[in-house]
Design a protein around this ligand. Sequence first.
Ligand SMILES: O=C(O)CCC(=O)C(=O)O
Length: 254
Amino acid sequence: METENQKKLLQDVFGESSSSDSDTYPEFNSVSSSSSSLNPNPNWVRIESINGLLLCTDFLSSTDQASLLSAIYAEGWFTEESHNQAMRFGDLPSWAVKLSDHIYKAVCFGSKEMDMRELSSDNDVCILPLRLLQRNPLFDQLIINVYQPGEGICAHVDLMRFEDGIAIVSLESACVMHFTPVECDEKEVSLAMKVPVHLTPGSLVIMWGDARYKWKHEINRKPGFQVWQGLEIEQRKRTSVTLRKLCEEPVELT
Ligand SMILES: O=C(O)CCC(=O)C(=O)O
């Protein structure tokens, strides 16, 4: 019965077929004249060793990446090189609302491929549990980070003032994000103990459950840390968009 309800819910979300208006990617800015198609079969990769960590490798086409970047830079937040972070809370810019909508649909399309029984609860098969996917708004906090070559972000767990279910979209260039269990002492942990995830431009990471609460994530762009499949990644400027939802009240971990 529960499965039928969930199936109906997902059908309500995007209809019986994938040929509805949800096939069209909204443009991220009004300047862009072209629109591209929403990928009805997004490539979702589950990071096996970390429950609740999922990567959509083909979330945004190159056209949509360019359109999103131009919408971000049109905000005027990054007029000087020293400006490397912008945050917004509450009502988000329209392009960020569209991006949230894309995330919602990419999760739904990915979930559609899965056995509906798997969507019922907080298990490690979900892309995002329905209780998180259904909240309204899905996200109400935004951070844009701009990294120059060599710059990264220290290992951290996102603040408890944010709910479970965090999304990160990568733009411009690739990097390796490393995940380390929270209980590991950062001074003692070796690179070999970290789980690397390759974030390519246009990819989307979803973190929930263990991935959000029990693992720290970091981007270390010092020489020797940006290695993927044996090769050091050539470093260029990278921009990321992180979307989160503020808690009504901060939650304590038990
Ligand atoms: O830039 C990224 O990909 C990660 C950003 C992040 O972890 C943060 O802003 O808390």
